[in-house]
Design a binder for this molecule. Structure first.
Ligand SMILES: [Mn+2]
Length: 455
């Protein structure tokens, strides 16, 4: 079976990047099974992530009995992408005759020689056997024997022990190793073959020079991003086979035409849910719940101005399948983030902070979405002190911290530095101490940054 196709969201993953990957991989696997009509599916899809699991993702996956996607370090080609798995092996006490038979039977050029307990000892290859036979003819050259003697020597060799001509000086590779480095080592090695061992010293693969002549590309489906900067390391070496996203079109390029599904809706999970519908694949309650959580976080419980009627439709459908009240469920998801009291101030302010450039000044706009505004405001003095430190360290014109109260549908503005700009743009008089309540302001992108940048 071919290598699994990875479904992955962006770096520094948010809940949408995790849940859309889980949901879309599930859908793709059902579609592959349907296509296979009871046979072996042509591909297996595996969700992955590029960073730590957000607390709300950990919660929703656990609640629904779904394992967290594995972390993907990179998508560069690895040794495991070219190696021949489960190589044929032979015991060191076996004869050359059995070795020859195995080589012919499996039509391979190398066998793994094992100890009595199955551990890797070395390799025996067609070339080594050929050399063994060629060496017999040396007897003639030296005039030490007649042809009968050579034939006798060759016949005797059939009963010779494999261990006597086993090559033990073999390049050993790690299956997770970068292919690029493995190729360099293999070219420099005397043997044409290298072996891949597991932790217990058993041979799990063989790599030959002809295996590495091809340049395998790992297959990847991008969800919730289409920008190389946000994608897995090595993305330029990978083959992007699909993109499902709701961001601006950026710079991921492909060699072939692909399915590129991008819609200006509230979350990637919304699009994934629509795809289940389009393909007539049944949405199980646990996947519905996971997708619902992502729509809720990306749209701030449908209150962000990025929310569309399409998102509302899907929320209604998903919550029906998952058997939850959408608003209660959304709130529960947000509550998982928690930690308003004890999260370090650097994280409270900095977890979601973006720099913007106005003329020749740089400003920082940070946002914390919360269901417990009083708990955040209780730490105002500490927060302001941290904001002033950011201001001094980075030379910002101002630092604006919007504490967005999801339930009250507004944001408390805390500003340090040159407040004049913020005050002018929003027609407020933000003096510090207590901050200013901004009803209806929920989106940094649409309602705050856009206005400040446009001023
Ligand atoms: Mn998203």
């Amino acid at each position: 079976m071919a290598a699994p196709i990875i479904v992955v969201g962006h770096k520094n993953p948010d809940n949408d990047s995790i849940c859309a990957a889980v949901g879309y991989a599930y859908l793709k696997n059902r579609l592959a099974e349907r296509e296979a009509e009871g046979g072996e599916p042509a591909a297996v899809y595996v969700p992955a992530r590029l960073g730590p699991l957000p607390p709300e993702s950990a919660w929703v996956l656990q609640q629904n009995g779904i394992p967290a996607p594995d972390v993907l370090a990179h998508v560069h080609a690895r040794v495991s992408d070219v190696m021949t798995c489960d190589p044929i092996s032979i015991g060191h006490d076996d004869t050359l005759l059995s070795a020859g038979r195995l080589l012919r039977q499996h039509n391979v050029r190398a066998l793994v020689v094992t100890d009595d307990d199955g551990a890797y000892r070395g390799l025996i290859t067609t070339r080594m056997i050929a050399e063994r036979y060629i060496s017999a003819t040396d007897m003639l050259e030296e005039g030490a024997a007649n042809e009968m003697a050579v034939a006798g020597n060759l016949i005797a060799s059939l009963g010779q022990k494999v261990s006597e001509i086993t090559e033990t000086d073999v390049l050993v590779l790690d299956k997770e190793g970068l292919l690029k480095e493995a190729v360099e080592d293999l070219m420099a090695s005397a043997l044409r073959e290298a072996v891949v061992l597991d932790d217990e010293g058993r041979a799990i693969g063989i790599v030959t020079r002809s295996d590495v002549a091809v340049h395998p590309r790992r297959k990847v489906i991008l969800v919730d991003h289409n920008e190389t900067r946000q994608a897995a390391n090595g993305i330029e070496e990978a083959e992007v086979v699909e993109i499902v996203d709701h961001h601006r079109i950026a710079d991921v390029m492909t060699a072939n035409p692909i399915k590129f599904l991008n819609l200006p809706v509230g979350s990637t999970a919304t699009i994934v849910a629509m795809e289940f519908d389009r393909h007539g694949v049944e949405l199980p309650p646990n996947i519905a719940s996971v997708l619902l959580s992502a729509i809720m976080t990306d749209t701030v419980i449908l209150k962000s101005p990025t929310t569309t009627y399409v998102d509302r439709d899907q929320v209604e459908r998903l919550s029906r399948i998952a058997g939850v009240d959408p608003m209660e469920f959304g709130l529960a998801v947000f509550k998982c983030r928690g930690g308003e009291d004890d999260v370090p101030v650097e994280k409270l302010v900095g977890a979601d902070a973006k720099e913007f450039i106005i003329g020749d000044a740089t400003v920082l706009i940070a946002q914390r979405e919360t269901v417990d505004l009083p708990a955040v405001m209780h730490r105002e003095a500490e927060i302001r002190e941290h904001m002033r430190r950011l201001l001094a360290d980075h030379g910002y014109e101002f630092v604006l911290f919007m504490v967005t109260d999801i339930m009250a549908e507004g944001s408390q503005f805390l500003c340090e530095g040159n407040r004049r700009i913020v005050n002018r743009v929003f027609g407020i008089d933000c003096k510090g101490e207590g901050g200013t309540w901004m009803p209806g302001i929920l989106s940094r992108k649409k309602q705050v940054a856009a206005r400040i940048l446009g001023a």
